[in-house]
Design a protein around this ligand. Structure first.
Ligand SMILES: NC(=O)c1ccc[n+]([C@@H]2O[C@H](COP(=O)([O-])OP(=O)(O)OC[C@H]3O[C@@H](n4cnc5c(N)ncnc54)[C@H](OP(=O)(O)O)[C@@H]3O)[C@@H](O)[C@H]2O)c1
Length: 409
């Protein structure tokens, strides 16, 4: 059966529908989709509140994916949600041939999909916009997210002398450490002076570069520990659309405050960056925790992502909501939590004979949601304790399951 996720109303999750495979246009090829991530950009476009405007509906979301053409693995972009047309969350997608990026056989296609343009952004913001040089000291904000985890790994791989990672949640900070961060800072206060004190304690002398997907108070605090002429590259606004960075700081240190967007990349730049990401996946340098769900469960995964994002926006960076966005705690492993395994095991997926949709599940842990609902008693406790318990359960499940391919169906 051919399938697609079809979004009918902005702000509502897409629905799984039977779908006639598209016909390819003159310069297009048909890609059989292996995995398509749910990313912040997908959610933003589908909300109807993005700067691209309200999308024409119905449409198939998904701004990127991994699939095969003639049996060969490829990565592909789409402009779904940004311009009229369908995206990657379908069994077959028509893509301009010139947009395809060949992937090596030894790169896990689901992991490449989970990292995709998030890792491209981390790489290009560090190296191209941020001009990271060997031996420099880097601060990575939002380091528990997909962009942040990739940035920590890529900065280390590029020869950064020291990487200081900052994240709201303890789980996010644990992921940053697993990614190789040398020190971590908790972003659990909106007091810019307090945060700046923490950054000062964590850095080894003035920092050279801040990689910033969050903006807001964390960016203002991190900017204070930059050296004269230091750079801050902003690529997102998870903590706020505005930031209390002062004019005297900017002038006093001649700081460089830079913006970055993937949309600025040429096709060749983007292809080169994806090729690098795939090579780093293949050699084990790049990993990120992610859940993998079959298409039948993708609407639910989508809704959890939206809930996590909404909580984030409402939180204003306050303590207490971070656990709602906690990514998977086990970096580098496929979707292996017990709950997930129980709900979406191989048999069930074989019944519907559909490939997986990979959900880069940084913010919406299915197990956390489901188990929190089941356990009112535990829910009353500290959220981080609840997550820690789940992490242990996942570890046990992972240990028991090893590399069980049931995760991927
Ligand atoms: N410019 C570009 O081309 C480009 C490309 C890709 C992504 N982005 C943007 O970069 C941002 C991050 O993307 P992502 O893929 O890494 O998202 P993600 O995986 O969902 O991670 C978001 C991270 O933001 C943190 N966060 C959320 N609200 C926060 C707050 N109020 N204060 C501090 N931290 C907060 C969370 O920290 P905890 O885990 O600690 O809760 C989480 O780790 C998004 O805004 C995305 O749109 C931009």
């Amino acid at each position: 059966m051919s399938w697609a996720l079809s979004l009918h109303s902005p702000g509502e999750p897409p629905a799984l529908v039977e779908w006639a495979p598209p016909a390819s246009g003159p310069d297009e090829v048909l890609v059989e989709v292996t995995a398509a991530p749910i990313t912040p950009l997908d959610l933003l476009c589908a909300s109807g509140t993005s700067y691209f405007g309200v999308p024409a509906t119905p449409y198939v979301p998904g701004v990127q994916g991994v699939g095969t053409v003639g049996g060969r693995p490829v990565w592909f972009p789409t402009s779904a949600g940004m311009r009229p047309g369908d995206g990657s969350m379908a069994s077959v997608v028509a893509v301009p041939e010139a947009e395809l990026v060949p992937l090596p056989d030894d790169a896990d296609p689901v992991l490449v999909a989970a990292l995709g343009l998030s890792a491209v952004a981390a790489h290009m913001a560090l190296t191209w916009r941020g001009e990271l040089a060997h031996g420099e000291q880097v601060i990575v904000l939002g380091a528990g997210g997909v962009v942040g985890q990739a940035a920590v790994r890529l900065a280390k791989a590029a020869g950064a002398r020291r990487v200081v990672a900052a994240a709201r949640s303890a789980a996010g900070r644990a992921r940053a450490v697993a990614a190789g961060a040398d020190a971590v800072v908790a972003l659990d206060t909106s007091d810019v002076d307090e945060l700046a004190t923490r950054f000062t304690a964590a850095v080894d002398g003035p920092a050279d570069l801040v990689l910033d997907p969050v903006f807001g108070v964390p960016a203002a605090a991190a900017a204070r520990v930059l050296r004269a002429g230091g750079r801050l590259v902003n690529l997102g606004a998870m903590a706020g659309e505005t930031s209390p960075i002062t004019s005297s700081l900017l002038r006093g240190k001649s700081l460089r405050l830079l913006g970055y967007t993937n949309n600025e990349l040429t096709r060749a730049q983007r292809a080169a960056a994806i090729t690098m990401v795939a090579a780093r996946v293949a050699d084990g340098t790049l990993r990120v925790g992610h859940d993998t769900v079959p298409p039948a469960d993708a609407p639910g995964a989508w809704a959890r992502c939206v809930r996590g994002r909404r909580r984030s926006q409402n939180s204003g960076g306050a303590v207490g909501s971070a656990h709602c966005l906690a990514p998977r705690a086990r970096d580098g492993l496929r979707g292996t939590d017990q709950q997930h395994r129980g709900d979406h095991g191989q048999d069930e997926a074989e019944d519907v004979q559909l490939p997986d949709v990979a959900s880069a599940q940084q913010c919406r842990d299915r197990a956390a949601d489901d188990r929190a609902d089941q356990s009112q008693q535990q829910r009353g406790d500290d959220a981080e304790v609840l997550l820690a318990g789940l992490d242990q359960a996942r570890e046990r499940a992972d240990d028991e399951a090893g590399d069980d391919e049931a995760d991927h169906v």
